[in-house]
Design a protein around this ligand. Structure first.
Ligand SMILES: Cc1cc2nc3c(=O)[nH]c(=O)nc-3n(C[C@H](O)[C@H](O)[C@H](O)COP(=O)(O)OP(=O)(O)OC[C@H]3O[C@@H](n4cnc5c(N)ncnc54)[C@H](O)[C@@H]3O)c2cc1C
Length: 494
């Protein structure tokens, strides 16, 4: 029996995969397959269900520009609304029917003779597709702490990516390990329900006030009737985020004062919210604002005033069946261990599974041996017909939708040219890739990552070699412009 060769295989059914599928459909690719190991679509917003989960970018901005949602209930929508929005978009743009869930992709190999990709699925099944697109996310491979004795813990263990609503927290003695963006949202929500909560902090986090609020029904109706009104709000939101990103992060060398001003604001916020000077000191970061993704909360700091909440900064030495022991010799008895330890980007991701290109070139090994790189954050030499949406230097701006839409634009230009030339393969040239990498490496020199004091920040923006290769060090406007105007000869076509 002749094997089916799909037009394209997209791995990941989050906002990135949905956007890519919409773009491919618009370009006339009908035979798509979208594979995801989860049981439903939404990616981040399906997997994460912990109490307090909300977007930290205003929702009018954190959404597809071509599909505004007038009905966000708050300025910063709660996680469940994001998941609902993903389902709505996938249905409306008719890409849901291409999705296959509970399907773990283990690897993909380029077949030079047949000019297609073979996708290996756990269980032994193989799929074939002319194009391979990975939309596997950055924050999708959970990190578990490597602490002596953790497997001996006899109580309940919950990782924030596997929140279990059936666990009744009332009256429990819990520990939260981690004080990143997730913990900032989670801790204020669970603290009042617990008998005792000990928060184990390795790195203090910058937290600024969150100007949040419910979106009144009349405003929602206005957005529905006059989409331009919401578009104006989006534009303002984009502008503010762009300013924070460009001035506060990318051009830090020249705009240090802005970071200092934000640091001062965050410190005032801390001083206003936390009564105990010792706790305040422990909650004060010792690295420059911008080294790490900032967080926003009006309730996180205040939670540490509660009698049942304790902040522990002595390093954890081991976990015993009934408690946590720290370097100062203290043992804190607990019955519930919450791991807010985030995600592993640089070891288990990039790529999320083995990708083997032309002549056996292994993407993961190439990135590790020869520096993390991808032309325009999208393509890599030696990997024909491959679009890697979660690549080094692809994340542009603070709202991930700016990245998604730039990448959709890049796909449109590139695949339009493939079609025009009636080519069956495309591949970025070594020269174009080297030029882009050189440019990005130079631009990073202006950023907070090089000029700030980031050594103690433990930020996922840095890879295992200490290089900041996640964020594209240009404005989102530049990324968007280049996505629609890159030289077509930067690719070879055959
Ligand atoms: C708690 C949290 C809050 C966030 N808040 C914001 C925010 O406020 N603003 C912002 O801009 N960004 C935020 N982000 C980042 C967020 O991940 C992106 O905004 C966006 O949702 C990423 O979409 P994606 O489709 O690229 O990846 P994801 O949503 O991560 O989707 C990737 C999908 O790939 C699947 N997958 C991975 N590997 C495999 C495999 N081997 N086989 C099969 N399927 C696989 C996963 O199951 C997942 O469904 C947040 C992330 C987290 C975790």
């Amino acid at each position: 029996m002749a094997q089916t060769i799909h037009d394209a295989a997209i791995i990941g059914a989050g906002f990135g995969g949905i956007g890519a599928a919409i773009q491919l459909r618009q370009l006339g690719y009908d035979d798509l397959v979208i594979l995801d190991r989860e049981s439903d679509l939404g990616g981040t917003w399906h997997v994460n269900r912990y109490p307090g989960l909300a977007v930290d970018i205003p929702s009018s901005t954190y959404s597809y520009s071509f599909e505004p949602n007038p009905y966000w209930s708050r300025l910063y929508a709660p996680g469940a609304e994001l998941k609902g929005y993903a389902a709505h978009v996938a249905t409306k743009y008719d890409v849901r029917r291409h999705m296959r869930f509970d399907t773990v992709v283990e690897g993909a190999v380029w077949d030079e003779d047949e000019q297609h990709w073979t996708v290996n699925i756990a269980g032994g099944e193989r799929l074939h597709a002319r194009l391979l697109l990975t939309a596997t996310g950055f924050l999708s491979q959970p990190a578990f702490p490597d602490i002596e004795g953790i497997e001996s813990f006899a109580g309940t263990v919950i990782h924030t990516t596997r929140w279990d609503d059936s666990v009744d927290l009332a009256g429990r003695r819990a520990a939260v390990i981690g004080t990143g963006a997730t913990a900032v949202q989670l801790i204020p929500e669970i603290a009042p329900r617990l008998a005792e909560l000990t928060v184990y902090q390795r790195t203090a986090i910058w937290v600024t006030p969150k100007w949040d609020g419910a979106v009144p029904k009349r405003v929602q109706k206005l957005y529905a009737r006059v989409p331009l009104a919401q578009r104006a709000v989006r534009t303002v939101g984009n502008g503010i985020l762009e300013l924070i990103m460009v001035a506060g992060v990318l051009k830090y060398r020249r705009t240090k004062l802005l970071n200092r001003a934000v640091e001062k604001m965050a410190l005032r916020h801390l001083a206003r919210q936390v009564d105990d000077p010792e706790t305040r000191k422990k909650l004060t970061p010792d690295y420059t604002f911008g080294c790490k993704r900032p967080t926003f909360s009006n309730t996180y700091f205040r939670t540490f005033n509660r009698d049942n909440v304790h902040l522990e900064t002595s390093p954890i030495t081991r976990i015993e069946p009934d408690g946590i022991v720290t370097a100062d010799g203290t043992k804190t008895p607990i019955d519930t261990l919450v791991l807010a330890t985030g995600f592993n980007l640089w070891d288990t991701n990039f790529p999320a599974f083995e990708v083997i290109g032309r002549d056996g070139k292994d993407l993961g090994k190439f990135w590790r041996a020869r520096q993390f790189q991808a032309y325009e954050g999208v393509t890599v030499p030696g990997f024909p017909n491959f679009i890697s949406l979660n690549s080094p230097y692809s994340y542009s701006g603070l709202s991930y939708f700016t990245t998604i839409e730039s990448q959709m634009r890049h796909m449109k230009r590139l695949l339009g040219e493939v079609e025009k030339r009636r080519a069956s393969t495309f591949e970025v040239t070594e020269e174009a890739n080297a030029e882009f990498l050189g440019r990005m490496t130079d631009l990073v020199e202006d950023s907070v990552f090089v000029n700030g004091s980031c050594a103690t920040s433990r930020s996922y923006y840095f890879n295992q070699h200490g290089m900041a290769t996640l964020l594209r060090p240009t404005s989102t406007l530049n990324a968007f412009r280049e996505a629609g105007s890159f030289p077509l000869d930067d690719y070879s076509y055959a």
